[in-house]
Design a protein around this ligand. Structure first.
Ligand code: HEC
Ligand code: HEC
Length: 288
């Protein structure tokens, strides 16, 4: 560290280091930089004092403010629990009609219903509940098992062909596959059903099928083909089809007697949640 001297050009002192004639200036740190640096140190010290900072063997320094994100989250969750608990408690006590008429409970049911529907029901009924082949549309006013609040609640609770002891149960016979009716009659019945739904059909075939329908089908679908919700038999006159509108689909159903399975939710969702779902579905469909 010899020869510190003053550089002629800049007037700054040199460090005394020199490499091949290049000398190093000892330029002082910029003032603003120094102040930021001192400021940072001061900030860090204040922060250590106020906030949790230093780890120890049995925990950490808590700081004067005793701040804790963990405690914040816990208290938020607790508040949410109280809020939800209150909502759930009110849902438990209120009847379905009361829930639907009370704007607050209605809003609560909509919120819970929508999120539970997305998690549990949308896989089969579609994201918006609009259904698909074999899975009924829950947004229209066509109902297999009834569209009142109570009907919907009951369907969700016990399911359809679900194995629940109180399940909604009915089974259309597989008229073709089980050879209950000859293929020609199945074809005639297909024309009859097409005619029932108000579309052009083979009149002679439909006439041949009329007595068969009265004998074999009316017990479930009704004499006029308008269906029967007590046995989940769809209305065949309304232009809404669970399995498809065309002759192939109709013949297929008369042949095979499909019966959709809707799970029971009694053991998986609380009664309040099922109420919320019923209100949610009822309010968003053309309810009955
Ligand atoms: C595994 C598929 C599946 C899941 C999951 C499912 N459903 Fe269903 N659901 C069906 C089928 C199939 C039917 C039609 C049953 C039939 O053919 O009678 C049905 C029928 C219904 C009906 C009666 C419709 C009517 O027209 O009467 C309601 C209401 C319903 N589901 C609500 C729900 C709700 C709410 C959930 C969620 C908690 C749900 N479903 C989950 C398959 C499912
Ligand atoms: C024991 C009651 C029962 C009898 C008898 C019955 N059905 Fe059905 N039928 C049903 C049920 C229940 C469904 C709906 C199946 C489902 O939900 O998966 C159905 C569905 C249908 C469908 C499909 C409707 C759609 O929307 O896609 C057609 C078509 C049909 N039946 C025609 C007939 C004809 C024709 C006969 C007489 C030969 C008949 N059914 C006899 C109960 C019955």
């Amino acid at each position: 560290m010899a020869d510190r001297e003053t550089d002629d050009v800049t007037g700054t002192e040199t460090t005394g280091h020199e490499w091949d004639g290049i000398r190093e200036l000892d330029t002082p740190l910029p003032r603003w930089w120094l102040w930021v640096w001192y400021g940072s140190i001061a900030f860090a010290i204040v922060y250590w004092i106020l906030m949790p900072a230093w780890p120890g063997v049995h925990g950490y320094t808590k700081g004067l403010l005793h701040h804790s994100d963990r405690a914040d989250v816990a208290s938020d969750l607790h508040a949410l629990d109280i809020q939800r608990g209150a909502g759930a408690g009110m849902m438990r006590k209120a009847s379905l009609d009361q829930i639907e008429q009370d704007p607050k409970l209605q809003a609560y049911a909509q919120q819970v219903g929508q999120s539970v529907f997305g998690d549990n029901c949308a896989t089969c009924h579609g994201v918006g509940g609009t259904g698909g082949k074999g899975y009924p549309n829950l947004r229209d006013d066509v109902w297999l098992w009834g569209g009142s609040l109570q009907d919907i609640q009951h369907t969700i609770t016990v399911g359809v062909r679900s194995g629940h002891p109180g399940q909604r149960l009915s089974q259309m016979p597989a008229f073709g596959r089980d050879e209950l009716l000859p293929p020609a009659t199945v074809s005639d019945l297909t024309e009859y059903v097409v005619k029932l739904s108000g579309r052009p059909a083979d009149a002679a075939a439909a006439a041949r099928a009329a007595p068969v329908f009265a004998e074999q089908c009316a017990s479930c679908h009704g004499v006029d083909g308008r269906g029967m919700q007590s046995v989940g038999a769809p209305n065949l006159t309304d232009g809404e089809w669970l399995y498809g509108a065309d002759r192939t689909a109709i013949r297929g159903q008369i042949h095979a007697g499909n019966g959709g399975v809707m799970p029971t939710w009694e053991s998986r969702l609380s009664p309040e949640t099922i109420k919320a779902l019923a209100v949610y579905i009822h309010a968003n469909a053309g309810g009955q």
